[in-house]
Design a protein around this ligand. Structure first.
Ligand code: NAI
Length: 463
């Protein structure tokens, strides 16, 4: 076995493998791709850097990429989201993986750097939140004198990433530029990473094509929504064992993740309020039966606060000071800056257990903060169930195949997979849950202007 890995405890591999075996039975999309492409190995020759939560479901994704011929190295995209038994199983299988639940920020960037260290360098990135893409592109800009941000980091994150860039530049001059130039493309998993990609395009800084996996319908309208519907309450319960029924919960943001999160809390019996800045989403929340309020109006009465916006400074220090004693505060968006955690640093922290802290305000009232403001469904629980991740990751594998086989046909822009592939991903998940699909006859198909085989909707349809 290769020793090219950093995991918490390699003896957890057997447990990880058992859970992987179960997950495979719930991930029909990925298993179908193994059946379809396992012999032809369309990813042969590809060297994929993965930066995505190192969970059991991700392990099934990794082994699917390998089954299709890829060479893979992996890091997690979040310091709290790794499942150590999943990482151990992957390491035991011989895939270099660098991920420990509870790793430091410095280790986060160091492990990401290690995941790039193929002898010949990688040629594809599979990203979640954009850190792997950022690392290479920022490093190359620093190397080429296009930014001097390295002198002026403003947050703990920036300090950590610039320290790692500096370390790599000293060890291997010219490395970032070389890596940037040999990457054929990136597939991006989540809303926040996709925002970063569109920003790069706007600024003329995207040097390779990108596939926006998030906006496949079978990703964002399923993982972000139905995934959070199951995993949000799971995270709050494992962290706090609090009684949810009857409590007042505030969900900030009513996009895909907010919709799933509000439904999750309602399903557990909480009385749910929603905050929004977009009138369309606010109207949706109201017509779904939620009271739409401002955080200022709701802050002193609610028991649970969850941010789902992908935005920054949504729950601020003044809000946390106005909360009831023992209010629970957590975030399920990609980054921790939705909650002003940095402004709590000079308060009294009492660690209750891993990823659960009680923080005392100057008034003496306390809040329970989950996962230090990082995404709590992965920090305090195990993320979304396998079945919904199968849909997301089937899109990821199709995106990697597209970039590897046809990347040269794309411009340096952000693309979404074509609708017929989106429909294929959905189709692959029907049997497992006993869905019987009806079919169109020719006359009906002609009448609504589609083919009997699909695509069944125009591009502008919103589901
Ligand atoms: P989205 O864009 O569909 O929804 C975000 C919503 O927040 C929008 O409706 C927006 O109007 C609203 N918003 C923005 N600023 C606000 C503010 N200050 N107050 C109230 N509402 C505000 O994005 P989506 O797909 O729901 O993703 C949200 C975040 O969750 C992203 O960071 C994404 O990367 C992450 N994510 C996390 C997952 C997890 O498992 N934890 C899964 C999928 C996505």
């Amino acid at each position: 076995m290769s020793e090219d890995f950093i995991v918490k405890d390699i003896t957890l591999a057997e447990f990880g493998r058992k859970e992987l075996d179960i997950a495979e039975t719930e991930m029909p999309g990925l298993m179908a791709l193994r059946d379809e492409y396992g012999d032809s190995k369309p990813l042969a020759g590809s060297r994929i850097v993965g930066s995505l939560h190192m969970t059991i479901q991700t392990a099934v994704l990794i082994e699917t990429l390998v089954a299709l011929g890829a060479d893979v190295r992996w890091a997690s995209c979040n310091i709290f989201s790794t499942q150590d038994h999943a990482a151990a199983a992957i390491a035991q299988a011989g895939v270099p993986v660098f991920a420990i639940k509870g790793q430091s920020l410095e280790e986060h960037w160091d492990y990401l750097d290690l995941s790039f260290q193929f002898p010949e360098g990688p040629n594809l990135i599979l990203d979640d939140g954009g850190d792997a893409t950022l690392y290479i592109l920022l490093g190359a800009r620093v190397e080429n004198g296009e930014t001097n941000l390295i002198e002026t980091p403003t947050s703990e994150e920036e300090i950590a990433v610039f320290a790692q860039i500096k370390k790599r530049m000293e060890a291997s001059p010219g490395w970032f530029t070389k890596m940037r130039d040999q990457i054929k493309g990136v597939s991006e998993e989540t809303t926040t990473g996709v925002h970063r990609l569109y920003d790069l395009v706007k600024n003329g800084q995207l040097p390779f094509p990108a596939i926006n996996v998030n906006d496949s319908v079978t990703k964002s309208k399923f993982d972000n929504k139905y995934g959070c519907k199951e995993s949000l309450v799971d995270g709050i319960r494992r962290a706090t064992d609090t009684m949810m029924a009857g409590k007042v919960a505030v969900v900030c943001g009513y996009g895909d993740v907010g919709k799933g999160s509000a439904a999750s809390l309602r399903g557990a019996g909480a009385r749910v309020k929603v905050t929004e800045i977009d009138p369309i989403c606010a109207l949706q929340a109201a017509m779904d039966g939620f009271e739409v309020v401002t955080l200022e109006d709701a802050v002193s009465d609610a028991d649970i606060f969850i941010t789902t916006t992908g935005n920054k400074d949504v729950i601020r220090i003044e809000h946390m000071r106005a909360m009831k004693d023992m209010a629970i505060v957590g975030n399920i968006g990609h980054f921790d800056n939705e909650i002003q955690v940095a402004n709590l640093k000079n308060h009294k922290w009492t660690n209750i257990k891993d990823q659960v802290d009680m923080i005392e305000m100057p008034s003496g009232s306390r809040i329970i903060l989950l996962s230090e403001g990082r995404l709590l469904n992965l920090g305090n629980a195990t993320g979304h169930p396998s079945f919904v991740m199968s849909a997301s990751f089937t899109n990821q594998v199709l995106a990697q195949m597209e970039l590897w086989l046809k990347g040269d046909e794309y411009n340096n822009d952000v693309y979404i997979l074509p609708k017929h592939l989106d429909e294929k991903v959905a189709r692959l998940h029907l049997d497992r849950i006993g869905v019987k699909l009806s079919s169109l006859n020719k006359e009906q198909a002609d009448y609504i202007g589609v083919s009997t085989e699909g695509p069944f909707k125009p591009e502008h349809y919103r589901y």
